[in-house]
Write a protein that binds this ligand. Structure first.
Ligand SMILES: Cc1cc2nc3c(=O)[nH]c(=O)nc-3n(C[C@H](O)[C@H](O)[C@H](O)COP(=O)(O)OP(=O)(O)OC[C@H]3O[C@@H](n4cnc5c(N)ncnc54)[C@H](O)[C@@H]3O)c2cc1C
Length: 469
């Protein structure tokens, strides 16, 4: 019976690698494989018993550890066990038991919501590499000759300015300001089966773009069906819907003044909305093991951020805290000329991994600034042409360069903040995000002198560079 059960599972297991929907490609780059000292290696090939490779049986082993039976082979009760775990939301075996390392290629505007999802992300960097390839042109744009003309024109214009910037030895991290909000990015996303199942059960809402939901429905569900057929059966048999549309109906809250607002150069601003940080509590909390710095986690600060998109996309990678990326009113961005144009452009001198930056000579700097300003003006023209054709703000924004500002709410705790300071006040961080990090650090140091002392002496692993230290 046990073998028959395993045979059935093997018959439905399709370890496909590549999945495509529209402009998004997802590859299953890796899954968990059970390690066994008995594993046979012959002529450079590893022979793994299929049971050790199947993700469904990994769920079962993770669940059976509670009763000490985790080493048992898959038996006739296995599929039923997956069902009862899923139905009753005992989902940690789906989290620790089965993992997928996915390689995703997607237009940046569709990829963005992925970085709000649980898991680990490693993304292509426009700071270190040249962004090449075409820009996104979704099917509904292709079908409209005027819109596709605008997209093509926007793409050519952007490529020309980007090239001009690179030819002027501009730092790649700034040259990418000329790239449109429709370039293709690539990243590895390591995510558990539990989280994939949760995402598949989310009620679709307007906070993420259509392309994201299509990817979820046409790719993620197919991956589950191919790689974890039993878990997928149970997902269908016991449907769950995590409601999300209620949030669309919430009236927009007027932000109050917060505690104070600080402008950060001409880059953007942050507002400290609230702080629930208490040094007494932190002092009590740090007496914990094995990692006492977790005690700093009891204190939380709330910030509203208004900053360029590229700064956001670096910042949002600090997962240890709550993030809300607020819907962007692109008409407002364009009307208010809410774009970042640096005062100074930097040249990148030297080879990869050992370069440094120098401010551009004045005449060259003015030329680059004019080129970026002109590109933004032409892009604004295209944005309105798209809007006049009846396209949504999100569709039209694909023609805007990568320097528009957005708003987000960020609530880190002090432990997460310390990690942020170590990494982002550091000289390796991009200058623009570093300016925010420095100012928030100075605020933190003033508010919490004891925590700051511990941070500087024992926790910081970066080079805090502030004008005041
Ligand atoms: C100079 C620089 C260059 C970079 N280049 C790239 C690049 O090319 N490509 C790229 O993809 N990324 C890049 N990054 C981003 C980087 O890889 C990290 O994603 C980012 O710095 C966030 O760091 P973190 O993971 O330590 O922060 P966090 O995610 O905030 O983690 C902070 C701490 O919390 C813990 N933690 C995290 N999540 C949880 C959780 N859910 N529960 C409990 N604890 C948790 C972590 O163990 C860690 O100790 C770069 C960052 C810097 C500073």
């Amino acid at each position: 019976m046990a073998e028959q059960n395993l045979e059935k599972l093997i018959g439905r297991f399709h370890p496909r690698r590549t999945y495509k929907s529209g402009e998004v490609t997802v590859e299953v780059d890796g899954v968990f494989v059970r390690v066994d000292e008995e594993t046979r290696i012959e002529n450079g090939r590893v022979f793994v018993p299929i049971e050790d490779f199947l993700q469904d049986s990994a769920i079962i082993r993770s669940a059976r550890v509670s009763t000490g039976r985790d080493t048992l082979a898959i038996n006739e009760k296995a599929a039923g066990l997956i069902g009862s775990l899923y139905k009753d939301s005992h989902v940690t075996p789906f989290e620790g038991g089965a993992m997928f390392r996915l390689r995703v290629e997607a237009p940046i505007n569709i990829a963005q919501p992925f970085f709000q999802l649980p898991g680990s992300h490693n993304e292509f960097s426009g700071r270190y590499s040249v962004i090449d390839g075409e820009f996104s042109m979704p099917e509904h744009i292709q079908k409209n000759p005027e819109a596709s003309e605008i997209f093509l024109e926007a793409g050519e214009d952007s490529k020309e300015v980007y090239k001009k910037f690179l030819d002027a030895s501009m730092a790649k991290e700034q040259a990418r300001f000329a790239v449109l909000f429709s370039f293709f990015t690539k990243f590895y996303w390591t995510v558990s089966l539990r989280h994939l199942l949760e995402i598949c059960a989310l009620e679709e809402n307007k906070f993420a773009p259509r392309g994201f939901w299509d990817t979820r429905d046409r790719i993620f569900k197919k991956i589950l069906e191919d790689w974890t057929p039993w878990a997928y059966d149970k997902f269908l048999e016991f449907p769950k819907v995590y409601k999300t549309r209620w949030a669309e109906e919430e009236a927009d809250e007027e932000a109050d003044d917060g505690i104070f607002t600080e402008l950060v150069e001409n880059i953007g601003s942050f507002r400290l909305d609230n702080c629930l940080a208490d040094e007494k509590l932190m002092r009590r909390g740090v007496k914990t093991g094995p990692s006492p710095k977790r005690g700093f986690g009891h204190s939380i600060l709330n910030f509203s951020l208004h900053y360029p998109i590229f700064v956001h996309r670096q910042w949002v990678r600090h997962r240890y805290g709550a993030w809300s990326e607020l819907p962007v009113d692109f008409d407002g961005v364009v009307n208010g000329f809410d774009f970042y144009v640096p005062k100074y452009f930097r040249e990148q001198i030297g080879k990869t991994m050992s370069y440094h930056y120098e401010d551009m000579e004045r005449g060259k700097n003015t030329e680059m600034k004019t080129a970026l300003l002109d590109l933004i003006s032409r892009s604004i023209g295209r944005y309105w042409r798209m809007r006049q054709l009846g396209f949504s703000m999100a569709d039209s924004a694909a023609c805007l360069p990568y320097v528009f500002r957005i708003e987000a709410l960020w609530s880190p705790n002090v432990e997460g903040l310390m990690n942020f300071f170590s990494l982002r006040c550091d000289s390796h961080a991009q200058w623009e995000i570093r300016q925010f990090a420095k100012r928030i650090y100075l605020l933190f140091a003033r508010l919490y002198p004891w925590a700051n002392e511990i941070f500087l002496k024992h926790i910081n692993y970066g080079t805090i560079e502030t004008d005041e230290t």
